[in-house]
Ligand binder design. Structure first.
Ligand code: SF4
Length: 243
């Protein structure tokens, strides 16, 4: 744990590289990560400011489709598009009864709506044909679905199935590295490193908390370190400008 002023030499997690992470165990790192999670939970009152609409939670199919719609699209646009689409169809079978232009009209103006409508149809066909209309609950199987990457697959596991997983997007990757929790080059590396250092009980909530924190405080260009509730636990790696 750090105290003001910033000590450039102290890592609150004692982690400097992937090698360190590989050699590290959870012992000695749990406490600070745990504390960070607890502070962010309080700050963002997770559960009341959820990123995923409550109706979507616990439904793997709706979670999967919402995730696909959300890629490169603002949240407000995604949630309205999802609402329109789910008012027409909520299962792979009913989705396949829609015409592709009905899907396009429902999800417009999400980014790449034309491509996403096609992707939704393809995924629904695969689910019906190969998975008995059920979204798989294993990471490896989810990754076989067209256009489904690790982030989406982990969100389906965590939000849809309430199973352990760590969804790493740009916010999670940036904040984990800035804080010194991990030292990684890309979101995939970050996911594996976080799995090593974050206790599994915190996996479910981590994405949501870091995304909320990344949007409001730990922003990409000039983070608001002066009002950051986890400042004392942060090594601020790579932060050259802050407010
Ligand atoms: S806002 Fe600043 S202190 Fe807070 S997590 Fe981001 S870099 Fe660290």
């Amino acid at each position: 744990m750090r105290t003001h002023p910033i000590s450039a030499h102290t890592s609150p997690y004692g982690i400097k590289s992937m090698t360190d992470i590989d050699m590290d165990t959870d012992t000695g790192t749990d406490t600070d990560v745990e504390r960070v999670i607890q502070i962010l939970k309080k700050r963002y009152r997770a559960g009341s400011s959820l990123l995923m609409a409550p109706a979507t939670r616990g439904d793997p199919f709706l979670t999967l489709i919402s995730c696909l719609l959300s890629l490169r699209t603002r949240d407000e646009v995604t949630s309205k598009a999802a609402e329109r689409l789910f008012s027409l169809a909520k299962t792979p079978e009913t989705m396949l009864k829609l015409r592709i232009d009905d899907i396009e009209s429902a999800i417009y103006p999400v980014g790449f709506y034309h491509r996403k409508a096609k992707q939704i149809v393809e995924i629904c066909s695969t689910l019906v044909e190969r998975y008995n209309s059920k979204v798989p609950d294993e990471l490896a199987e989810l990754l076989k679905l067209r256009g489904v990457g690790r982030k989406t697959a982990n969100i389906v596991l965590t939000i849809g199935y309430n199973k352990p997983g760590i969804a790493v997007d740009t916010h999670v990757h940036r904040i984990s590295n800035r804080m010194g929790i991990v030292a990684t080059k890309n979101p995939n590396e970050t996911e594996f490193a976080l799995r090593r250092v974050v206790p599994e009980r915190n996996w479910l909530i981590l994405n949501e908390l870091f995304v909320l924190h990344g949007r409001s405080v730990c922003t990409p260009l000039s983070p608001r370190c002066s009002i950051c509730p986890v400042y004392q636990y942060c090594k601020r790696i790579g932060v050259t400008r802050s407010r």
